[in-house]
Design a protein around this ligand. Structure first.
Ligand code: ADP
Ligand code: MG
Length: 243
């Protein structure tokens, strides 16, 4: 379970998160929506300790992200995939995927490679194991990024606008993979602008506005007229997104 309690986060004078309370239980598929600058990425980065908290607390299965001794455990549980596929350019696809399992989890090389190949197979990139990131399309890089995250056996997969820099065709490639993962029962927290995708895969939608949670509803209710859409800010956001 991920438990966020009264999270505040400021950068200098700018208060970006203004008291977030959120609990995510295993098996949930949660989509985070909200306008640009509302604090979505900051919240995601706080969850796995990439940003320190100004106040409040976050725990992941009981491990406190603000406790240096427990941060490693938090990071093992939460794998994050970013908008910019941050693959290591000097490593092959296979080595990108096996690096952390070998160095952080202490997995042996043979097992790590075998698992990496199986993951690549699941995203239909088994023929790309030995190429370098520069030889991949954006969609392929992002699929490798997802494999790299999954190679850590995460309990929670955190996705921050993973399709934002992709064209529609490559976006579709990546969404297919994420839908498959969601159906397999992984716990997923996904910041996305793909409203239809969010609607299709999520059990729950969180709408963030200027650093507060404006709405936290089951998906169907979020999209209903007397649910999320009753909130003018959300209705406006959704209509801008073509909903
Ligand atoms: P979103 O992901 O919802 O677009 P972000 O969480 O990236 O929003 O950013 C929220 C606000 O925090 C923005 O005003 C952004 O400029 C600011 N911000 C984010 N990261 C930093 C940082 N490292 N230093 C200063 N300001 C930041
Ligand atoms: Mg962002």
């Amino acid at each position: 379970m991920i438990e966020i309690k009264n999270l505040h986060k400021s950068f200098g004078d700018l208060e970006v998160l203004k008291g977030i309370d959120l609990t995510i239980t295993p098996g949930e598929i949660v989509s985070i929506l909200g306008g640009s600058g509302s604090g979505k990425s900051t919240m995601m980065r706080c969850i796995n300790g990439l940003e320190g908290l100004s106040s409040g607390s976050i725990s992941v299965d009981g491990f406190d992200v603000s406790n240096k001794k427990e941060l490693q455990a938090v990071r093992k549980k939460c794998s994050m995939v970013f908008q910019q596929f941050d693959l290591y350019p000097h490593l092959s696809v296979l080595d990108n995927i096996t690096l952390a399992p070998i160095n952080v989890l202490g997995e042996n090389k043979v097992d790590a490679k075998e698992r990496a190949r199986a993951l690549l197979m699941s995203v239909e990139l088994d023929d790309k194991a030995n190429v370098y990131p520069a030889q991949l399309s954006g969609g392929q890089k992002q699929r490798v990024g997802i494999c790299r995250a999954l190679a850590m056996y995460p309990d929670y997969l955190l996705l921050d606008e993973v399709t934002s820099s992709l064209d529609p065709e490559m976006t579709a490639e990546v969404l297919v993979i994420l839908k498959k993962l969601a159906a397999e029962g992984i716990t997923m927290i996904s910041v996305t602008h793909e409203i239809e995708f969010a609607r299709e895969i999520s059990n729950r939608i969180i709408f963030l506005d200027e650093g507060v949670i404006l709405s936290d509803l089951p998906t169907e209710q979020f999209f209903s007229k007397d649910g999320g859409k009753a909130e003018p800010r959300i209705a406006k956001f959704l209509s801008k997104m073509g909903e």
